[in-house]
Design a binder for this molecule. Structure first.
Ligand SMILES: [Zn+2]
Ligand SMILES: [Zn+2]
Length: 244
């Protein structure tokens, strides 16, 4: 690379990293009762090979059909963090299906624009086990398609909401956007994380990132990945028989 081009590149890089740092949110106290020690409240079932596979059961209740590539992206990420195969299947709402004890289930519901937000994540106890739910407001994403392809918009929401199911973020880099209210859930302070709360700062950072990095935010930030790695190492060592 010519010297002048290299200096311009370094300058843009510094500007970019300076912007990123200044766009970072401030950590707030966690909701009382939130574990503050390793493994925090990270989800052991979804972050270890707890069974044979993870299945995403996709239901379209309203609106456009789900973006298949965005679902493929989610499945790839879930398989990587879950240490086992993952796949997605479609199902008509209400259609009965038998729960396989060797499978973790995540029900993904596309609801059009029935939510006040992009998406929602929660879990429910069903037949003595935990089922996970992701609700996607896919029509609202279409309001932003001039900024980003639909695939990327839906992918970021799916990965954001899946991050909540994983138990991310952990308190030492988490914040509540409406603190002292805990409503809306804890989010990651890093604007370069899909688990940051969608807000002007994160959108600005995303625009920088795409403009200079030429790629999208498709994985959690370094802090989130480090927390997952620490929890996985702890669970692995605890699972080893004594003397190994
Ligand atoms: Zn969220
Ligand atoms: Zn993060």
């Amino acid at each position: 690379m010519p010297v002048r081009a290299a200096w311009i590149g370094i300058g843009v890089g510094l500007l970019f990293s300076g912007c990123a740092a200044s766009l970072k949110e401030v950590v707030t106290p966690a909701r009382p009762g939130t574990p503050t020690e390793l493994p925090w409240r990270l989800n052991r079932e979804l972050l270890t090979p707890a069974n044979e596979r993870i299945e995403f059961v996709v239901e379209q209740l309203a609106g456009h059909a789900p973006n298949r590539q965005a679902l493929n992206d989610l499945v790839e990420l879930a398989s990587r963090y879950g240490g086992r195969p993952a796949s997605w299947v479609t199902r008509r709402q209400g259609e009965p299906f038998k729960l396989d004890p060797n499978v973790s289930y995540v029900i993904v519901r596309y609801v059009g624009h029935q939510l006040p937000s992009f998406g929602l994540a929660y879990n429910r106890q069903v037949q003595g086990r935990t089922l996970y739910f992701l609700i996607i407001n896919q029509e609202v994403h279409r309001n932003f398609k001039v900024l980003m392809p639909i695939r990327r918009l839906e992918q970021q929401t799916l990965i954001h909401e899946y991050g909540h199911l994983l138990g991310l973020p952990v308190p030492h880099y988490g914040y509540y956007p409406k603190y002292p209210s805990f409503s809306g859930g804890m989010h990651c302070v890093s604007p370069d994380c899909p688990l940051s709360r969608p807000r002007p700062k994160a959108v600005l950072y995303n625009a920088f990132w795409i403009a200079f990095g030429h790629h999208y935010l498709v994985d959690y930030c370094a802090d989130c990945r480090e927390a997952i790695a620490q929890a996985q190492a702890l669970w692995k060592s605890a699972a080893k028989p004594a003397g190994e």
